[in-house]
Design a protein around this ligand. Sequence first.
Ligand code: COA
Length: 236
Amino acid sequence: MSKTMERGILKKKTKDGYERKLYHMELIGENYLPEIIELQDVVVNNLNMSEIFQSDSEEFFKYELRKGGKIIGVFSEKKLIAYRFITVPKTDSMNLGIDLALPKKELERVGHLETTIVHPDYRGNGLQRKTLYYALEIFNEMNCNHICSTISPKNYHSLRNVMSGGLVIKKLKEKYGGKMRYILHRDLKQTPRKEYDKIIDIDNVETVKRERILEQGFVGYQALKKAEGFAVRYGM
Ligand SMILES: CC(C)(COP(=O)(O)OP(=O)(O)OC[C@H]1O[C@@H](n2cnc3c(N)ncnc32)[C@H](O)[C@@H]1OP(=O)(O)O)[C@@H](O)C(=O)NCCC(=O)NCCS
């Protein structure tokens, strides 16, 4: 069923440094669920902040795949080492377009970036960005107009990578039974903005400030690494 999207060489962490290994990327289906769940377990057991990641159940994967969702798998040495899961929520109440008050007729055209996972030994190869590039192509083919995603405000790596794909922070909200999440959005009909008239950098621990700025209509479009933690650059 599957067709290779990309092949190349990546670096794999070893106890002495790095080794170069071949990888390839392809769309995968339900038959890979045992490997997906196994990889998810490895990553969850390796998190230093458990609140930054929301696991997906096997049932959720199956439900979404049958509704049109897709999984991009990355393989090296015949093993799944990373994946990106995308869905099309359509009329589901969890459609993030509802949180962003998109017009009702646009909700059918929303695509969600769900989870992305890279095995710790293969991080630093830009796999989250690479799979995002293909996800955007798939969403375009599915006639989606809007891409939405939730990301923990503490997840610097994920914020930086997803914002590099033109998604901007529009809202901060409790999701998944009480976890704070930024809601990010990109209108696929528009070229992502690179310049804004007003710019403000807010340290990520300034929780009140960042909520106020979003209420004023600013959007967060860049994550800036600092000596301690990181800041988000907002523009209007
Ligand atoms: C977020 C994630 C997918 C990014 O992986 P990635 O695409 O390999 O990351 P990048 O290639 O952008 O990494 C850039 C740098 O940040 C480092 N880095 C990436 N993720 C890191 C992490 N979770 N912790 C510490 N450092 C990390 C990389 O090692 C690399 O460092 P280098 O430049 O010195 O080599 C990965 O960290 C991950 O699987 N995290 C756990 C699950 C998660 O939070 N998913 C996103 C929300 S669904």
